[in-house]
Design a protein around this ligand. Structure first.
Ligand code: SAM
Length: 452
């Protein structure tokens, strides 16, 4: 009864949380299985950022609960953001759930499962649903351990939890709580352990990652705690690449821009959410920057690193977004030449200020605006990929490609995925690959021998 499958929805932070829960469960004697059919316990780690993500997980949980008719001892749990957001209410549509665990209680999951299994084995009545969604001080420090059964090229490191920004569209402050930083020494220790296991690339995670430690730790020599952390990680031998996501334009100051000029391990790739190109909409969103100040950050970054790859988040169809507002977004989105972007159609999140704002935008308008930005993205993404044709890129080999014999996938410093023929031995290694084919969404290449 101890085979667990964890299915993750949503962002990298959720992926990281799932991995940490997996590591906790394994330590307690549970085994992790890739296939949900082989599992005695399925945990859904959920996302609440958009309604669609919640509906998907609810549908999945409903489907899984049907398995209980065949197997009385099968356990289904919902954890993470939707558990935090909906709590007890989830039982209205999913009365058979065994477990609902919020974002500050992940570390309690092994105990909860032990107890549920114990009760089920005692052959008594099915235990009532365990709901654990309280806040817990210092819970940010529990997302610490990694699964180290395979050679890993790259790892996520959660450096903080929560968000203090309160953008009017966003549910995250409700699901993740207020911002709490982990101590710098604990993060460095974790990265050192990862490096000792052969990990070459770390991605630091936080909702507004560049505001790391602003309340907890002092500035030193004009450098923010986040830049101090980047400098300290840069010192760790074995770590060759450092990434982070997502920074907020608000705290993107000169010290962070300059860090790119003297920290060569910092990858030239920034995911910097813009959300809108209209100052009026940014204000309604409670995003404390303007189209102009955002553009200035991009210009400075491109001065510091001419080949900087840029990615962003945009929301189309925010309440009250007029054709003129959208046109400002469209023009800026084109002018900034994003290499990558996540374009979201605004989704009403109950309890957030934007949910009750007037002038909600019809779905078909959102679809049209979404498509207009996707077309622009395609143009710039293709141009970037074509510019790489014939060049030799440094690639960190991550894993076998999803399809194709002897094909492997890795990324260049700019986070572009490249597919090429390689061998298992090269997973986790930095290799040189000449780019031979470029489409909008993919790059293919061949190993440059002698460069390994
Ligand atoms: N903390 C980051 C920030 O604010 O810069 C982003 C975190 S959020 C999990 C990821 C993205 O989801 C946001 O940048 C935003 O574009 C999108 N998003 C958040 N709430 C949304 C909503 N109600 N509808 C559509 N997209 C949303």
């Amino acid at each position: 009864m101890n085979r667990v499958h964890i299915k993750t929805y949503g962002c990298q932070m959720n992926e990281r949380d799932s991995e940490a829960v997996g590591a906790m469960l394994r330590k307690r004697g549970y085994s992790l299985v890739d296939n949900e059919q082989d599992a005695d316990i399925v945990l859904l780690n959920t996302c609440s950022v958009r309604d669609q993500a919640e509906q998907k997980a609810i549908g999945k949980a409903g489907h899984l609960n049907k398995r209980k008719r065949r197997n009385q001892k099968f356990i289904v749990g919902i954890m993470g953001c939707m558990a935090q957001n909906r709590g007890q209410d989830l039982l209205d549509s999913l009365p058979d759930l065994d477990l609902i665990v919020g974002t500050q209680k992940f570390h309690q999951i092994p105990d909860h499962l032990d107890n549920i299994i114990h009760t089920l084995q005692a052959q008594g009545p099915r235990p009532s649903t365990v709901i654990d969604i309280e806040e817990e001080k210092d819970s940010q420090n529990t997302i610490r351990n990694h699964l180290s059964d395979q050679k890993k090229a790259s790892a996520f490191v959660s450096i903080m939890q929560g968000c203090n920004m309160h953008c009017t569209f966003c549910i995250v402050p409700t699901t993740r709580g207020a911002e709490r930083a982990r101590p710098m020494e604990a993060i460095l220790e974790e990265v050192q352990e990862l490096a000792a296991e052969g990990v070459k690339e770390v991605t630091l995670l936080g909702q507004t990652v560049n505001s790391y430690g602003l309340r907890e730790f002092p500035f030193k020599d004009g450098k923010s705690p986040f830049v101090q952390l980047l400098e300290a990680i840069h010192e760790i031998s074995g770590i060759e690449r450092i990434r982070f996501t997502s920074p907020h334009p608000k705290g993107f100051k000169q010290d962070l821009i300059e860090a790119y000029t003297y920290l060569p391990k910092l990858c030239p790739y920034i995911h910097l959410p813009l959300q809108s190109g209209s100052d009026r909409i940014l204000k309604l969103m409670r995003r404390p920057y303007t189209a102009k100040s955002y553009t200035q950050i991009v210009e400075k970054l491109r001065q510091a690193v001419p080949d900087m790859y840029l990615s962003t988040d945009i929301i189309v169809g925010f309440p009250g977004e007029t054709d003129e507002d959208f046109e400002e977004t469209r023009v800026l989105f084109d002018a900034l030449r994003f290499d990558m972007a996540y374009i979201f159609k605004y989704s009403i999140r109950s309890g957030t200020p934007a949910a009750t704002m007037p002038d909600q935008v019809p779905q078909e308008v959102k679809e049209r605006r979404n498509q207009a930005l996707l077309d622009i993205l395609e143009k710039h993404s293709l141009a970037r990929n074509q510019s790489l044709l014939g060049t030799v890129q440094e690639i960190l080999v991550e894993a076998p490609a999803k399809r194709g014999e002897n094909l492997y996938m890795g990324r260049n410093p700019g986070n572009r995925k490249v597919i090429f023929t390689a061998t298992e031995r090269l997973v986790g290694e930095l290799v040189r690959v000449r780019i031979t084919e470029a489409t909008v969404s993919s790059l293919k290449g061949e190993l440059v021998l002698g460069g390994v």
